[in-house]
Design a protein around this ligand. Structure first.
Ligand SMILES: [Zn+2]
Length: 346
């Protein structure tokens, strides 16, 4: 068993203290550093986890495509950032116990979207070349009549009517739909539907349970593509960043949808924008600056962090490709935020 070195109450910075209370071990023993009994105790491993959560995840800086932390730490460097009190003495405490140093992180440029296929997708000239690769290189997935997914509606006029849950009458505002290609968005994860619909407690929410009536062939973009290249040439990370980006990226994702439709797919499975929020994962997690998506041993873990969304082309309820099995009212009676903290003014 690892020794309990310090506790949450040893810290002066409130955010760090609250984060430490959350991840530490709760017991009534005296802390060997501050002697208090009520703190959550931290082993060397947990101090490292806390440092990662507070200083690395807590300084994540999101750009148009991608994100990178502003601070990193390792055991080879001495701290070169001048933190202010009360954080300054907390950093000394961490350094003393697990012999690490904090420094300004100069991210590898792929983390900020400098990836060949991604750059090409942003140009009119080369976009098609990359979209053709996406259609060809990603696997297809067949949804059978056993599959079940949910579609949420906010304030529908006639909630009991099946057509309320089909693709909306006007399209062209979402991530994948365009004027001539309506799309029904759904997910097997109801909480993702609630986030994707930007729902609040004052909305009247209804959910329909949908099932395919026959096999549906979908382009599966929610997988990790096995590739033999660096992050700078990665189609896999390009697609991941595309779906993690906001509405400046929709022009590109709509073109992917149109191409998939033309190639005979019934729809697309894609990673939810809210994947990282829902699972608490970090989109550009790295080991020594390499994306963890590049390590085969992490494949299952990362794929479990991807919450898939389903986008079906056309008006699949009207076209009898899927059926509405059930409709329920949804009540949000408790909102549960998971928070963590980061430093400022360093
Ligand atoms: Zn303590």
């Amino acid at each position: 068993m690892q020794k309990h070195l310090i506790c949450s109450e040893c810290f002066k910075d409130e955010g760090l203290k609250l984060d430490a209370r959350k991840i530490g071990i709760k017991n009534k023993k005296d802390c060997r550093n501050c002697n208090k009994k009520n703190g959550s105790k931290l082993t060397a491993k947990l101090i490292g986890d806390l440092a990662y959560r507070f200083f690395v995840k807590g300084t994540s800086w999101k750009v148009d495509y991608g994100a990178a932390p502003l601070i990193q730490f390792n055991e080879h460097q001495k701290t070169s950032i001048s933190f202010k009190e009360p954080l300054k003495s907390d950093v000394v405490l961490i350094e003393k116990n697990i012999s690490i140093g904090f420094f300004d992180y100069g991210p590898r440029l792929w983390m900020l979207g400098h990836i060949e296929p991604l750059k090409k997708l942003q140009t009119r000239k080369y976009r098609k070349e990359i979209i053709d690769r996406i259609i060809k290189e990603y696997p297809s997935l067949t949804l059978t009549s056993d599959a079940k997914f949910y579609r949420l509606r906010k304030n529908p006029k006639e909630p009991e009517k099946h057509s309320e849950y089909d693709s909306p009458p006007k399209s062209g505002n979402g991530r994948l739909d365009s004027n001539r290609l309506p799309i029904l968005y759904a997910s097997p994860d109801l909480e993702v539907c609630i986030h994707e619909c930007r729902s609040t407690a004052i909305d009247h929410l209804f959910v329909s349970t949908l099932q395919p009536k026959s096999n549906l062939k979908l382009l599966n973009l929610a997988v990790i593509l096995e590739e033999d290249c660096t992050e700078f040439e990665s189609l896999d990370i390009s697609v991941q960043f595309l779906f993690y980006a906001e509405n400046h990226s929709y022009e590109i994702s709509r073109e992917i949808a149109k191409a998939a439709y033309k190639s005979g797919f019934d729809g697309i499975i894609y990673p939810s924008y809210f994947s990282s929020l829902r699972t608490g994962s970090y989109p550009t997690e790295t080991i020594y600056g390499m994306s963890i998506r590049k390590f085969p041993q992490f494949k299952d873990r990362i794929e479990n962090q991807i919450i898939p969304n389903v986008a079906l082309f056309g008006r699949p309820i009207k076209e009898k490709k899927i059926s509405v099995e059930c409709i329920n009212k949804v009540i949000l009676d408790r909102i549960d935020y998971h928070i963590h903290f980061g430093p400022i003014g360093y």
